[in-house]
Design a protein around this ligand. Sequence first.
Ligand code: ADP
Ligand code: ASP
Ligand code: MG
Length: 420
Amino acid sequence: MALIVHKYGGTSMGSPERIKNVAKRVAKWARAGHQMVVVPSAMSGETNRLLGLAKELAPSRVSTAYHRELDMLAATGEQASSALVAIAMQAEGLESVSYAGWQVPVRTDSSFTKARIESIDDKRVRADLDAGKVVIVTGFQGIDPDGNITTLGRGGSDTSAVAIAAAMKAAECLIYTDVDGVYTTDPRVVPEAKRLTTLSFEEMLEMASLGSKVLQIRSVEFAGKYKVPLRVLSSFTPVDIDVNEEAVSGTLITFEEDEKMEKAVVSGIAFTRDEAKISVLGVPDTPGIAYQILGEVAEANIDVDVIIQNLSKDGKTDFSFTVNRNDYQRTIDLLKDKVLPKLGAQEVVGDTKIAKVSIVGIGMRSHVGVASKMFRALSEEGINIKMISTSEIKTSVVIDEKYVELAVRALHKAFELDQA
Ligand code: ADP
Ligand code: ASP
Ligand code: MG
C-alpha cells in the first residue's frame, strides 16, 4: 500500500461530469489499495472569473490590503471544488473529507498572491488516511503567520500537490491535466509536438521557468529539493483503464539521466509572452552602473530576467533588461523617479510586445554549435533577435511577439523534435 497524491487541474474539474470522473478515478486507485490525497484546482475559468470581479471594482490597486482580499477571494474557487470532489467521492461509496489550506494547515509566508509554502502539518490528513478516508486538500492556498489566507500564484495547485507529497513522503505525485504528458513544446502551438516519456528534473525546471505552464515552476523546485517522484498525465483517458497501466502513462520527471538512451541535444522548446523589455539610454559607462539600475529594481522586489549592456560610445552606454509584464509600468516609473536623476541617464524606453523563446536540453552541455543552429533557423525565417541569454542547458532569445509561433515551429523543425 502506497500513499499517492493526485492533482487535478481546472479543465479536469470543469463540470459536474468531469468531477464525477475524478472521483471514479481516485476511487479506482483507493480500491487498488492506495492511501489517496487529492488536490483539486478551481473549476476551469473560476479563478479568472473571481479575479475579474475584483478588477471591475478596483482595476489597478497595488496595495497589500488589496492583494490580501484577492487571496481571500481567489481561494474560494479551490474550496468549492474540494468540497465537490469529497461529495463525489462519498457518492462513489468511499469515506472522504475535504480541507481548506488553513485547516491542514499549509503554512506560507505573507506575500499575498504569490506566497511560498513554509511548512505543512500533516497530522490531521494522516489521521484521516489511517481511518480509511480519501482526503481532499485545496490547491493553490495556505495560511500566513497572522492567520490570513494566502494563494501561491497562478498555477499554484501544482505546487500544493508536490509540497503535500513531499511533506507526507508520498510514493508519487501524479499531476492530471488536459494533455497526456509533457511535450517537446506546447502542443496547442505545434500540433506535431511529441510527448516525452521521461524528462530530467533539470530540463523540466528550465522548461517551467522559461514559460511551459504545464507545471508551475515552484512545484518543480519542490520536487527537486525533496526528490518527489512526479508524473504528468491525462485526466481524459477512460476512467476504467487498469491502474497499473495508468501508473506508467504520461511523462515521468526523472532525477538521473538515463544513460542507455541516446539523449536528444534539445529536448524541448519553451516560450513566454509574459515579459517586457526596458532600456535605460545614455547611461554614463562607469563602474557600478548595473548595480545602480538593478539595485533599485531588486529593492522594489521586481525580478529581472535577460540583461544586456551595449557597447559604449563617447562614454555613454545603453542598458536593457526584461521584467515580467505585470511589473512593467512599475519598473518604468521607478527608473524615471529614482534612477534617471541619480545617474544622469537620458531616457527610459520600453517594449511590451516581445516574447522569449528558449531551447532546452541536457545534451547542450556536451555539444557545440547548438546556439548557432538556433540563430540560423531564426534568421532563415527573417526573425530578428533582440536579446540572447544562455546557460548550461538552455539558450533563450527575445524576439518580436508577433513572430513567436513562427519561431517555435521553425526551431521545433530545425532540431527535429517532430521526429522524436
Ligand atoms: P491545468 O489546468 O491542468 O493545471 P494547465 O493549463 O496549467 O493545466 O497546463 C496544461 C497546458 O499546458 C496544456 O493544455 C498545454 O497547452 C500547456 N503546455 C505548455 N507547454 C507544454 C508542454 N511542453 N507540454 C505539454 N503541455 C504544455
Ligand atoms: N486556480 C488557480 C489558477 O488558476 C490555481 C491552479 O489552477 O493551479 O491559477
Ligand atoms: Mg496548471
